[in-house]
Ligand binder design. Structure first.
Ligand SMILES: Cc1ncc(COP(=O)(O)O)c(C=O)c1O
Length: 383
């Protein structure tokens, strides 16, 4: 059997990893400014993470949600403390798309309504419910009809007010920072208005922090820059540092009923051990503060590159906008300079989503590689 060929791959097979680096089978060492798509939060193969997962696996790797699981309770408790959402409750599942599916269902159950407002260029996942609120015709199949969804421009308060006026909307779903689109930040004022309008018209505000959450923006959640409290928050990527785990944080006004949500694998013992190890390392090593400091350093230095039109984003979720498509530059960075970077839905925007433990020295190493790669690329183009 062959693999179903759907991914655009780097021509590299990592076999080993450590901190902000991965190694291929030839022993080449790559600096990882991509973090396996914003997933590696505390660094590759962190010793405490490896130890906690190994210990847990040797005791009990999995049992389903039909029994008590104190690890899930502890995860909810610790996540509440670190995020500032102690009064919310947590539903644990497996992926970002699944978290958003459950968020949309909860909003619909709670309000009894069925319309949704989403944003142009949004990405919320590839499963049915998540893809209906995703603005990318290439990944929306005919079965994913989305007549119940209105897409409006990001940061357009008037359009949001108009779309909510019928009173039939159950949820407004928005990314903390649009990631796949190429790092577009909602304005703080807009988020405040969105929250007010949702309250006025009886809709819930869902913040998709799957990519921007877990400290990546320099705060635990990107929306915390705006000082708002959404009704529902979804998390995934950085939550397990590579072990599949996701969550839905639910405000106290939304009440559960038995059987309303569920999952076979979600919140299993090994996944919770990964989630707990991530939070422990994040706190002990002050990784959120590091994401902010190293991110600000990168932002300031990269803004001085004449080839870069704009540096977007916050913390270690950055978008470098060039005046030209970045595909050849990214290939050169991998092949010649051994640096991984991310692409985006905007062909001119390179995404940086490194582990939150990225040091200033590693940031410098990246910028030296980028500078050399740009020089080489332009000298080649002139020949
Ligand atoms: C903002 C956002 N939401 C949801 C998802 C989907 O997450 P997953 O691939 O874990 O289903 C992604 C994935 O890139 C994302 O960036």
């Amino acid at each position: 059997m062959e693999l179903f060929d759907v991914y655009a791959l780097f021509d590299v097979e990592p076999v080993k990893r450590e901190g902000c680096y991965v190694y291929d089978d030839q022993g080449n060492k790559y600096l990882d400014l991509y973090g396996g798509h914003a997933v590696i939060s505390i660094g590759h193969s962190h010793p405490l993470y490896v130890q906690k997962l190994t210990d847990q696996l040797s005791r009990l790797g999995f049992y389903s949600n039909s029994v008590k699981n104190s690890l899930q309770k502890e995860l909810a408790y610790r996540l509440g403390l670190i995020s500032g959402y102690e009064d919310y409750s947590l539903f644990v599942c497996n992926s970002g798309a699944e978290a958003n599916e459950n968020a949309l269902k909860l909003a619909s159950f709670h309000t009894g309504k069925g319309r949704v407002i989403a944003f142009r260029k949004a990405f919320h996942g590839r499963t049915h419910g998540a893809v209906t609120v995703t603005d990318n015709p290439k990944i929306v199949a005919p079965v994913n009809h989305h007549d119940h969804v209105t897409f409006i421009p990001l940061n357009d308060a008037e359009a949001l007010d108009e779309a909510l006026q019928n009173g039939d909307v159950c949820a407004v779903i928005i990314e903390g920072i649009q990631g796949v689109a190429g790092i577009n930040c909602p304005d703080a004022d807009f988020l405040v208005t969105a929250k007010t309008l949702c309250e006025k018209y009886g809709a819930l505000l869902i913040l998709d922090e799957v990519q921007s959450g877990y400290g990546r923006s320099g705060k635990f959640f990107a929306h915390q820059y705006a000082g708002i409290r959404p009704d529902i928050i979804t998390v995934a990527k950085g939550m397990g540092n590579g072990f599949p785990i996701a969550g839905v944080l639910i405000s106290p006004q939304i009440k559960p009923s038995k059987g309303m949500l569920g999952t076979t694998f979600g919140g299993n013992h090994l996944a919770c051990a990964a989630g707990l190890a991530v939070l422990e390392v994040m706190e002990k090593e002050h990784l959120i503060e590091n994401a902010l400091a190293t991110g600000n350093y990168l932002k300031e230095k990269l803004s001085g590159f004449k080839e870069i039109k704009q540096v977007k984003g916050m913390g270690l979720m950055l978008g470098l906008e060039f005046n030209f498509p970045i595909a050849p530059l990214r290939s050169l960075l991998v092949q010649q300079y051994k640096v991984f970077t991310g692409s985006s839905g905007n062909e001119n925007v390179m995404r940086l989503l490194p582990p939150l433990s990225l040091t200033i020295e590693q940031a410098d190493q990246f910028m030296a590689a980028l500078s050399s790669a740009l020089t080489l690329l332009f000298s080649k183009n002139q020949q």
